[in-house]
Design a protein. Structure first.
Length: 181
């Protein structure tokens, strides 16, 4: 029993040491990481959230080598910042389109236009139903505004493969949509 108690004590001591090392890295690098992100995204709250996400990733998945930890932190922070900018741009585009659509709703489409839109939507739904499930899910998630990272997590695939899978799914959709009867 004394052996098990020693193991628990050693693990607890290691955890405290890991936490102390992490705190030291955090205190040494937070201001600079935050500064990089603030200059990139231009919003204090967003930069703070992204800086915290950067350090969360360090805690969850530290780099294999610590010889350039500062570089690793800046790379992760920059990638998170660019992802946030892309997401904001997508969101702005969707909101702008929604605004245009809302304005279009005030101008009643002709019955022919409405029937044509309904037919196109039905055709797209039918094509998606006939596609492999993962391909249809990829397209739906992407066109719902999810990032590659979010899609990868939702479908349990590598984030690096999402772009290729998405391109193939789009190609398959276009092929099926063009030959749909």
């Amino acid at each position: 029993m004394a052996l098990a108690s020693d193991d628990v004590h050693d693990a607890s001591a290691q955890t405290r040491q890991d936490e102390a090392e992490f705190e030291s890295v955090f205190l040494q690098n937070y201001t600079r990481v935050y500064g990089v992100l603030f200059r990139l995204v231009g919003d204090r709250a967003e930069a703070e959230n992204l800086a915290l996400e950067t350090f969360w990733q360090l805690w969850q998945r530290p780099p294999a080598r610590n010889d350039n930890l500062g570089g690793w932190l800046y790379r992760v922070a920059t990638n998170l910042g660019y992802n946030a900018l892309r997401a904001a741009k997508r969101r702005a585009n969707y909101e702008e389109q929604a605004g245009r659509d809302a304005l279009d709703l005030n101008v009643s489409p002709s019955p022919e236009q409405e029937a044509e839109r309904a037919a196109e939507r039905g055709r797209a739904h039918d094509v998606l139903r006939r596609m492999p499930a993962r391909d249809a899910q990829l397209l739906i998630l992407r066109h719902s505004g999810l990032s590659y990272k979010e899609i990868a997590a939702a479908l349990d695939v590598s984030p690096n493969s999402v772009g290729t899978l998405l391109a193939r799914a789009e190609e398959e959709f276009e092929k099926r949509y063009g030959t749909f009867d």
